[in-house]
Design a protein around this ligand. Sequence first.
Ligand code: ADP
Ligand code: MG
Ligand code: MG
Length: 392
Amino acid sequence: SHPTVYEPLTEQGAISLTVRLGLFPEGTPLACREIGDGNLNLVFRVVDQQTKKGIIVKQALPYAKVVGESWPLTLKRAVIESNALRTFASYVPQYVPKVYYSDESLAITVMEDLSHLQIARKGLIEGKTYPLLSQHIGEFIAKTSFYTSDFGMNQQEKKQLAQSFVNPELCKITEDLVFTDPFFNHETNNFEDELRDDVEALWNDDKLRLEVAKLKRKFLTEGDALIHGDLHTGSIFASDEETKIIDPEFAFYGPFGFDIGQFFANLLLNALSRPEQQQEPLFAHIDKTWDVFATIFSDLWRTHNVEPYAKTEGLLEDVLHHTFIDAIGFAGCEVIRRTIGLAHVADLDGIEDKEERLQAKRYALRLGRSLILQRETLSSTKEIRSLFAQTV
Ligand code: ADP
Ligand code: MG
Ligand code: MG
């Protein structure tokens, strides 16, 4: 019996599904475990016990796992995720897992097993540097955002595509948890008592609030391109050679700078957790991400632009300039929310010594604030080093 109306899968159900789909020959000795460590979904890994070859079955739950059944959340995010993976694969198949199957009513995506790689956040916490990470992420963002924008795609088709990625409930999570709650005395916030003075200073900072409000407005209104929407280092599998991006359930038509900013922020959060002499590879990744993004985006702009204004002197520079400033501002919001908001990062929470941990978090709050307030004065990513040095 194969369910056709929604129910949460069991491990046995995940096994049956992969067999029914022909992903393993009948009679293969299979084992399955739920391995999800995320906040929202179930992730099953079905493995052939002889060859060790695996398949991943991800299923959305009708609520957010991190909060529980009291926080209902649309199952449609599974369709958004599988469609985003397929759309990204049409431009950069090398950077996403293959999708073998998806089922809208069961909220399931069946995909390539990436267990030979490591979640980048974990590796970065262990001190790894992943030499190709920023090259790959820069290329991923440049190509997917150029080709899904009004510059890289027929504008009528783009509007249709944008319609299929309308994602209000997941966007609301970002609107609340990234752009709003951390800057107000809101019940979703989560921080140590020792940080209260620093946090209250943020809440009383009118200049900061105005800048965050401007950034939130961009997130709410600017539909430049299909963006990933949750591109932190926990959404990236990496090795020294390969990079794969997972978990695009927050994908929607949003501002060009958002993914870049979230990625920068998570590199900075990791830098805050490291001794000073091990921080440079993270700054170098930020530089490289931007350089690769800007170079590839500019090349595509010159060679594949469908917009009559493409050759207008100054337009590309204007788009890149605003993307840069926005990315820095979005990074600031992300650094702050990962420090005092609902969902933290292991980079900071995992610092064992309490005083060190609190100090890193104070620095994070100051760094986030500087990124937001000084974003328009930075002329290159290189200057993030001095901004960082001034806050720590
Ligand atoms: P959530 O949306 O709940 O955050 P994720 O897609 O981030 O779910 O997956 C949660 C975890 O499941 C990942 O951190 C990873 O450990 C594992 N996982 C997800 N997708 C894969 C995959 N394709 N291959 C191997 N492991 C995966
Ligand atoms: Mg995730
Ligand atoms: Mg997710």
